[in-house]
Design a protein around this ligand. Sequence first.
Ligand code: CUA
Length: 176
Amino acid sequence: MTDTAWGITIGYSAVTIIGVAVALIVMRSTRVGFRVNVASRETLEKREGYWGVAVVTFLVAVIGGTIFQIPYWSDNSSAKTPQSIAITGRQFAWTLDPPRVKAGLETRIEVRAVDVNHAIGIYDPGGTLIKQVNVLPGVVQTIVLTFDRAGVYKVRCLEFCGVDHHLMENDLEVTG
Ligand code: CUA
């Protein structure tokens, strides 16, 4: 399991145990003969204040501790990827610039469409689809992936884009 999965598992387990404990205490308190110390109104109000501070502190701590881990701010800019390809789709072919990349390196792929909607499918040398994304005119789709073995990969169009849609198949050469 990943760290996140462990975190969620442990977190939920803890919450469940606390919930069950609270339920048992509440259940016990409804028994006849259960004695409660009746606190004064001021004491109760004071406790309520402390409780509020505790909750807010807890929430701020949780947000502060996790907010920088959200994926939206993750940097996949070209500066960090060792190689990149620009792929352009048009009726009825893909243009790959460059058409050759190295295996084992993180690759940034920017895909554009210049006319109508296409969808790009990247197939490994064994014919397995390893990446698929829709490509709309005016939108640059960025994919970051690593080609883990050398060979001829296929780039195909997966959205019907006109009479010669089936011709939209190009090679991407991955060298070792
Ligand atoms: Cu492009 Cu189908």
